[in-house]
Design a protein around this ligand. Sequence first.
Ligand SMILES: [Cu+2]
Length: 682
Amino acid sequence: MRHALHAEICQLSSRGQTRRGTRLYEGLQFPASNNPALDSPKTMRPVLITTIQKLFLLCCVLTVSSLLAESLPPIAINDNHKPSGILRDGVLTIQLEIAKGEWHPEADDGIALAVYAFGEAGRPLQNPGPLIRVPQGTEIHASLWNKLPVPIAVHGLGDSGSDSVVRVAPGATEQVRFRAVMPGLYFYWGASDTDDLKLRYGIDSELTGALVVDPPNHTVDDDIFVIEMISEHPGFNSRQTLATINGKSWPYTERFRYNVGQQAHWRWINATNEPHALHLHGFYYRIDAINLGGQIREYHGDSRPLVVTQRIAQGDTFDMSWSPDRPGQWLFHCHMFQHMIPAIVPNVPGLLMSPASSDSRNHLAMHGESGMGQLILGITVPGTAGASSSVAWHANRKLRLEMSERAGAPRYALTLRDDTQPGNKGDEPGLIGPPIILTRAEPVEIEVVNRLKEQTAIHWHGIELESYYDGVPGWSGVGNQITPSIEPGTSFVARMTPPRAGTFIYHTHWHDPSQLTNGIYGPLIVLPPGQKFDPASDLTFVFSIGDFGALHELALINGTPQSKTLQLQAGKKYRIRLINISTNNQGMQVSLRDANGPVEWLNIAKDGIDLIPHPGKAQLTITVGETYDVEFSTARPQDLLLDLLLPAQKIHTTQTLTFTAQSALAPVRHSQPCPWLCNGHL
Ligand SMILES: [Cu+2]
């Protein structure tokens, strides 16, 4: 049975990758198991120690002692608020140094790691490196002194957008001169043995600094964030990662406090070897500019994309603006599971500073009651608890979302019942959570009932609601009213009045990947008032990654790796909602194709925000936490493939969409309960 399944789902993964998938889940569920110190044999054979062995041991002890004695200069954390160098008469002079230092990615007295870092002559090393920030037209005179015993190639110190590289031999100093031509957000970075940012992963991964060119007469009112990451190997799918924002990992990242109505301008640099999916809880944000590999695209006014999740590829940067209109505790974080759990210090040579750090390594992996770590920022918007929520709250609509366990995969079953509709006992559970259909501006209460043996929490992704109902246990809320986790046998009532119609997601915010790979998520669809949901023309495809035991990671469409053919009508217009709620992926590609490649569809919404409808190739890169809505129709009967490709994981699955002339379409009957949305005919 499993062999047949394996063959049919067209898995491209080799055995090696499958085994890596195994480690993924072992690593995620039991982060400490990635720690070789903990994987050491529990029993030891008695050993007869000879004189030679004694001498050898002595040498080892001496070597370790000398390593322990290695004293490195401290690396200061750089919040990117203070520009470096001396700016005089249109020329910025800066003396940069590159050396090895001691870095504390968590508490200042917490775990210590030995990494390469940039510094400015006469000042401590910094992570990220010194901020170079100049007005447009400034000439930059930089010197680079490499104090390391290895050569370093420094990229990005050149005319805006150019990929200049300066190679600095061990002990040497090089001079660079360039002009800041184009306003925008850039960065410079160094590496010891690669010229490809995507391949940088070891102790040189913290060699990054921001480079900002301001337009004339610019007033600085922004925050600049450099994302850096050390991983156990270059390229995709590292399961041991230490990712940081401006040199710190959550909960030690900078905290922000904004008043209701205050404007925030944030600027992000991805200097890591993986893309990220940056998601804001509770609010939308505007994209002001994107730097795609040196090409800056600016947006103005209302043409700025309005999103809740933005993908940022390796080497790219983007600028965003947002303003809170409700008080509470909010998060901004990477939605890739691996980058929002406590770091697992990668097993790369030279990183850990002392044997004692193996404890720290364990500590680093296990700390944090909420189970969160790495790429997360916390935001507090002060206000009064319940000021707006409890006053005159009344919901005509009351839903119950019940979670229970079941045998087999997926491990969890979700059912929805509408308490306001007498006799509604809910449908049979599908492979993922049922669609929750809400109406814009209609207050609703959703009671989340936990019949699992473990805690959980549900986040209403993309919905602008009160912080207390946002679903991050131990964090969301206002003042002393903080969202609890939903304990086994209890329930939590979430209130919301969705202000927009569109495609959203509900998903577990409990930091255990088994919930996210076993069905605790589903589509959240908000309709305009007066509109009825029509599953025959309104199709939802939820893309995710499933935990199928022996088969490891499988790409799923609506909860299944083996989608049934979907019978549709030629000549009929369909709204298609595309949702990515996978754990990790790098560039999930979704396309609708015939034998010649992607067909055309009409792009109509992203993250629940209507776009000016525009036709385009039916091919999208969708990152974790994004939703896209498109419209599609075909005049002639044909078979099309909805194709889901996760290139990094090398996994692939498809669903056939058969368009038949209207008269030829026979009614579809199901002999067994149909998994939710699996074929569009509920
Ligand atoms: Cu990420």
